[in-house]
Design a protein around this ligand. Sequence first.
Ligand SMILES: NC(=O)c1ccc[n+]([C@@H]2O[C@H](COP(=O)([O-])OP(=O)(O)OC[C@H]3O[C@@H](n4cnc5c(N)ncnc54)[C@H](O)[C@@H]3O)[C@@H](O)[C@H]2O)c1
Ligand SMILES: [Zn+2]
Length: 359
Amino acid sequence: MVTTLSVRHTGGEYPVYIERGSHRSLMKFVTRHCGDRVPIIIADETVARLIPQDLSGIPRLTFPPGEASKTRLQWERVTDAMLDHGIGRDGAVIAFGGGVTGDLAGFVASTYHRGLPVLQVPTSLLAMIDASIGGKTAVDTPAGKNLVGTFHQPVAVVIDPMVLESLPAKEFRTGLSEAIKHALIADAELFAWLGTHASDILSPDPAHLEELVRRCVAVKAAVVEEDEREAGRRAVLNAGHTVAHAIEAQSEYAISHGEAVAIGLVLECRIAERMGLCETGTATRVAVLLEQFQLPVTIPPALTADALLARMKLDKKNRGGVIRCALVAGIGTMVGAGGGGWTQEVDLSLMRELLSLPR
Ligand SMILES: NC(=O)c1ccc[n+]([C@@H]2O[C@H](COP(=O)([O-])OP(=O)(O)OC[C@H]3O[C@@H](n4cnc5c(N)ncnc54)[C@H](O)[C@@H]3O)[C@@H](O)[C@H]2O)c1
Ligand SMILES: [Zn+2]
């Protein structure tokens, strides 16, 4: 099935094409959305091997894969290389890869010659359902993740779920964790569908993968359309993440982002239950679904409540030692949807108690 979703923003709108096999004719999309511009591909060295034959005539700039490349140094290298290639104001950037590439290439596009169009071609599940939609670009600095960046909406997003075939299982799981988060924050039907089709998605069956991507893109698109500049509702995308960031950092990244998000979603649902914001049993339902996808739901014993709490207080999003979370009001709905703020302050003693639960 071919799906085209449209994402509106203040400057207009852009299409998100979701179609199995679309990368075989990627040039068609480049021509449609970049016109006569001079295109250049930015990709990491792993994903560069997947660039379809169709784009063989377009020069490519590569960088080592991984978060460690999302830096000002790589921005400098890539922009210098673009200058060497003679890319001018009539250039266009094709960001081909995972979320690291999307963020780095998007940042390059938004700053080079005061802004070039960027075509996002996400290849990881996380990039397809999250990073490529919404126009956020960034690089990391030693002081933290995503601290230097821009909003720069793509001209289009082209998704071919078939490229997920080569995605390592660990990366696939990270994407699944965010997919479950999307369902939890905004789409109860998607939550139920995930439960029914977990084995089809894990097999993975191409038709189910495509549907997963389509439904998750719809959630992300709806959230960013409502809050393009992250002034309000977009905070719901951080569900589970207050706890997740502490777990990731405290484990020295031995626990991946996706695993940490899975654990964080369950724990933050327990917080919402205890604060009387959602029905008792919500956290268990979330845990059952995550386990169907072979994702972890409890904090490993080595990570103590005190250490995690200290991490949370250090987090720049939690100013003045106050911990805030985006909490659920139920499966598919967040507390802020009923009016009031999109994040809630969590009592430190409650957080400590739940972080100390037997593991
Ligand atoms: N801009 C946003 O709104 C937004 C939202 C969420 C996350 N992000 C960012 O996204 C980044 C994480 O993205 P990610 O998980 O895609 O990381 P990534 O780009 O590093 O990709 C993960 C790994 O998978 C490989 N890979 C990607 N696609 C592949 C494929 N089809 N086949 C084989 N290997 C493939 C990559 O080479 C890399 O090694 C983080 O930096 C995060 O901050 C941005
Ligand atoms: Zn995340």
